[in-house]
Design a protein around this ligand. Sequence first.
Ligand SMILES: NC(=O)c1ccc[n+]([C@@H]2O[C@H](COP(=O)([O-])OP(=O)(O)OC[C@H]3O[C@@H](n4cnc5c(N)ncnc54)[C@H](O)[C@@H]3O)[C@@H](O)[C@H]2O)c1
Length: 329
Amino acid sequence: MQDALSPILVTGGAGYVGAHLVRHLRSRNCDVVVVDDLSNGRRPRLPDDVPVYETCIGRVDEITRILRKHRCRTVVHLAASKSVAESVRDPLVHYRNNLSNSVALLEACTAADIRQFLFASSAAVYGDVPGGIVTEDANPLPKSPYGISKKMFEDVLQSSVEHYGMTYAILRLFNVAGRGAFMAHEDIAGSEPSLLDALAACRVRAGNTDKIEFQILGNDYDTEDGTCERDLIHIDDVTEAFWRSLLHIAETGKNLVVNCGSGTSRSVKQIVHRFRDRHAPSITPVYAPRRNGDIAKICADISAFKHATGWEPVHSELDKILVSISEPS
Ligand SMILES: NC(=O)c1ccc[n+]([C@@H]2O[C@H](COP(=O)([O-])OP(=O)(O)OC[C@H]3O[C@@H](n4cnc5c(N)ncnc54)[C@H](O)[C@@H]3O)[C@@H](O)[C@H]2O)c1
């Protein structure tokens, strides 16, 4: 089935998810090409022999040329602005990148006769859901421009690509965590780090002796311990989920819209305390005000994805994820 999928162009392939996915696709004998403007990606994350084009996905003619040159059959679309806080501060930047540039990418895909298109969407499309556990048919009410931009592009994709003979998969990613050894020494905390990147960075700053405070953002949510609850999924489960989805759409010709999480939620307090107890005794958790755009609780119902593809998470137990940010393998 690789023949029907490969070569694959990965947009945002030098980013966190992308760098792991490129390696995974190559381990499945696929040829991979990357387009990344390196606004948040790093070339050294990728093996030297992967062709990388440092450009914006919004350049229709250039992307069409790249797709044709490499005879790509499939596009995995990861390139995006992903900071929820930034999207609240400056929504138009997110709409341009996550919507306008994505539409331009799709135009290039139709011009280059791409057969399969996989879009990395987000759990942020859902917003607050009663009970916090979401199935794919939940009414989407995104709370941030980031979530809205992801939902808008889902709609564009679903309402257009069938006209061009393309099959799509939309994976709504929950909180992706953990990292491979090739990123072990990187500081990827950035301006708005994920919870686990912030924990890993805090541990490094603390060294072995000093005390260092770690801020938990909000302890007055309507959850069991008052802190947000999240569904963490290990990056190795995510890359396999992408692969299974690609196989599924290529084999069946049917589109797929699925949640990609672990199916279990943990509170931020629980995660931070467990990390402190097992890996970073110098960290002292403290409470700070809520962050704009954050949802109280969200957890994926993954039964539809399991049923359609046979995929299931096998690396996403909390302790395994915490070990992977302390001692990446
Ligand atoms: N990491 C998560 O927990 C998570 C959760 C839900 C959804 N997602 C989605 O998965 C995708 C990948 O996330 P990530 O964590 O790897 O993010 P990332 O920021 O590490 O990677 C995104 C990559 O896209 C590149 N990029 C951005 N805009 C571009 C453009 N216009 N043209 C070319 N390249 C561009 C960046 O340089 C970066 O390398 C994103 O679409 C994100 O919204 C991620």
